[in-house]
Design a protein around this ligand. Sequence first.
Ligand code: 5GP
Length: 337
Amino acid sequence: MPSLSTKPIYSGKAKDIFETDDPSILRAFFRDSATAFNAQKKGEIQNKGKINASISALLFKLVEQTGIKTHFINQVSDNELLVKRVTIIPLEVIIRNIAAGSLCKRLGIKEGKVLKAPIVEFSYKNDELGDPLLTKAYIINALEVSDENTLRQITNLALKINELFKEFFLNVGIKVVDFKLEFGFDKDGNLLLADELSPDNFRFWDAKTNEKLDKDRFRQDLGNVEGAYEEMLKRVKEGVNKSSIQPQVNILPSFLVRVQVLPKSDILDPQGQAIEKALMSLGYKDVKNVKVGKEIVFEISSDSEISAREKVKEMCEKLLANPVIEDYKIELVVKNK
Ligand code: 5GP
């Protein structure tokens, strides 16, 4: 597994991005910090990092199962995802099903109006300018950050993802009001869904009560912010269990473990001696120092090879070997990345 460098190459409002020893793979660390209104409001939402990393992992896997490519590789710890390195297109792709937020402000429409059809809009990802709304011509001819073909692909993907999420969440009593996506190109030129998929960049309302279960609770000081995020993780897990599409998220990498246990060299080994004698009598006179031990094989999940080795060592000391009279040797092979 790629190791973690200590200095982030990028620090966003809620995530730190680290390089790994594979230049095409990055590690995204989800923090508990929260911002709103272009970072004018700042705070912390307890456990948000863990919750958002887990929700993102499950939802990225769901998207991948429909054949849409994403940057997601794996969740490697509570707060961290391994992702493919992409060059982010500096556009916020916003999909709306129900009027809320900036749409209501801009158009004077009442929050909650169900839109005649889903809307896909683009904003410029630029904090200094306050993420202004863009037209296609602004993107292609003024900013020159994308082209007609890519925008068409992004729009189609955004609408497909919206249909997937609307159905997935309705199944667990949640309305997807709106959300923000980001896309990027990997080193081979593939267009990938990137960033995160969490209550930080979605508006989720309870389908029965219209209770807000997303970052609007923080933006609007509605209280019980952490409870809302936890509730969303619960619903996503429920959705995954119900869904015909089963994301098989490897929460942690697994390792194949082989433990070899042998009597220490200065310990009497009657079984070894018996075999040595028997071999001698069969004419194998050049055999010596026969030891009889055991081999134990199993799989283990852990966030790194080092921690997996530590756990296995502990098992050897406690159960698998008798450290007073036996030596043990641990071999670890990564099963999945
Ligand atoms: P609005 O344009 O109404 O403020 O936001 C529409 C949707 O996109 C909401 O679900 C909101 O959470 C998300 N969104 C818009 N801008 C940002 C942003 O800068 N960061 C994040 N994380 N989400 C955003």
